[in-house]
Design a protein around this ligand. Structure first.
Ligand SMILES: *Cc1c(COP(=O)(O)O)cnc(C)c1O
Length: 388
């Protein structure tokens, strides 16, 4: 693996001291983005890098996407946008979470473009434009069924009939894009087609990762992938076509054998049904490994009985007992004794335990696992720059 990646950049904690390590394959990220760009044709694609590029690191993700040809980025917050601009000043960067009145000067100085979703925000922006004699651009968010941010369809249609400052981007967001065939997606797309006609000539954008895998596209559309680029599943219940990007491994601190009839961990929730070899690993919920991935018998989840699993020496091993702040235990009874020793790594997710499977085992989603990744890990960024 190392020889294929002449460029390994390390960050975060010292590898000799850290409890776990994150390996981020930027070649896989670029390959995923390129596939999404291909699937978005004849439209363009962008990259959603909010929440520190879904936990992977804006400073590492943005440059390789720029080199791959990505020119438009979406962030949630102004400060995230400033970080993108500091790396690639020429990038077009949209800020999704709207506009607070005090933020206008920062937008003016930085060239970030707000995505506005209420008459309150649009009035703030266009009045400031009029007062300063400027025509700073903005994107318009229309709510076609999510009922979160955006003008209603009726408001947007009425707005399109006015002749004042028009947006540079017409945008909507799908609520059920990841559930193939959901009736709400169809309704949202139909509403959006009406809007595209009303805002003729203005660039439009509807598809997140999952939308790219529907027939949502129409010429000229700008897609906005996030999770699929980072290796997550774009569609529920469909084999994941994306390459895994992130591998999380925790180091084994101690291996112990506990006896049948004993319990392990806080709350004594895990009753041992046999003499059990336990690998205690140095990662826990303070590192973003969710407490709801605790082993079976721990009533923290509604949807799934079993908890998380790790992967070590060719074996899948279940979490046993509660995930705690700094430590998580795995039942390694079925792994040959000489196959593992303290200091070895157990994969928590990566090539052997899919990100989304790890998330589901915690009653969560891949987005939450990635964006919650803690800052105590040693981080390794692999990049050959050759697209392999
Ligand atoms: C987060 C977000 C995206 C990206 O969604 P993914 O499902 O991660 O691809 C796109 N558009 C908006 C408005 C978002 O908030």
């Amino acid at each position: 693996m190392t020889s294929k990646h002449p460029h390994i950049t390390t960050a975060g904690a010292d590898s000799r001291l850290a409890g776990g390590r994150l390996t981020i394959d930027l070649d896989a990220l670029v390959a995923n983005w390129t596939l999404l760009a291909e699937k978005s044709k004849p439209g363009q694609t962008s990259a959603v890098v909010k929440a520190n590029a879904y936990g992977l690191g804006i400073e590492y993700v943005v440059p390789v996407l720029w080199d791959a040809g990505c020119r438009t980025f979406f962030v949630a917050l102004v400060e995230e946008g400033l970080r993108v601009k500091a790396i690639v000043p020429e990038a077009r960067v949209f800020v999704l979470n709207g506009l607070f009145a005090e933020a206008r000067p920062v937008f003016e100085e930085s060239g970030l473009i707000p995505v506005l979703g209420s008459h309150y925000e649009i009035d703030l922006w266009t009045r400031a434009n009029a007062e300063s004699g400027s025509k700073l651009p903005y994107g318009l968010h229309v709510d076609t069924g999510m009922n979160r941010l955006g003008l209603t369809v009726a408001e947007a249609l009425a707005f399109s009939a006015e002749t004042r400052d028009m947006p540079v981007l017409l945008m909507t967001h799908l609520a059920t894009g990841d559930e193939p065939g959901h009736h709400l997606t169809q309704r949202q797309i139909e509403s959006f087609q009406k809007l595209r006609i009303a805002f003729a000539g203005i660039e439009s954008s509807a598809s997140n990762s999952s939308g790219i895998f529907h027939a949502v596209h129409n010429g000229g559309e700008l897609s906005r992938p996030g999770i699929a680029m980072y290796g997550g599943e774009p569609l529920a219940g469909v084999a994941n076509p994306m390459r895994p990007v992130v591998t999380l491994e925790a180091r084994i601190v101690q291996i112990r054998t506990s006896l049948e009839g004993e319990t392990t961990g806080y709350g004594a929730t895990a009753l041992l049904e046999r003499d059990t070899r336990i690998a205690v690993c140095s990662a826990g919920y303070a590192d973003g490994y969710l407490r709801s991935a605790s082993g079976s018998g721990t009533p923290l989840r509604i949807a799934v009985q079993k908890g998380g699993e790790g992967f070590v020496a060719g074996h899948r091993v279940p979490v046993i007992g509660r995930v705690t702040m700094d430590l998580t235990s795995f039942d390694i009874s079925d792994v040959p004794e000489d196959a593992i020793k303290p200091g070895d790594y157990i994969e928590l997710f990566g090539p052997n335990i899919a990100l989304d499977d790890a998330a589901r085992a915690a009653g969560s989603i891949g987005f939450e696992l990635l964006t919650g990744l803690g800052n105590r890990y040693h981080r390794r960024y692999l990049y050959s720059g050759k697209g392999d």
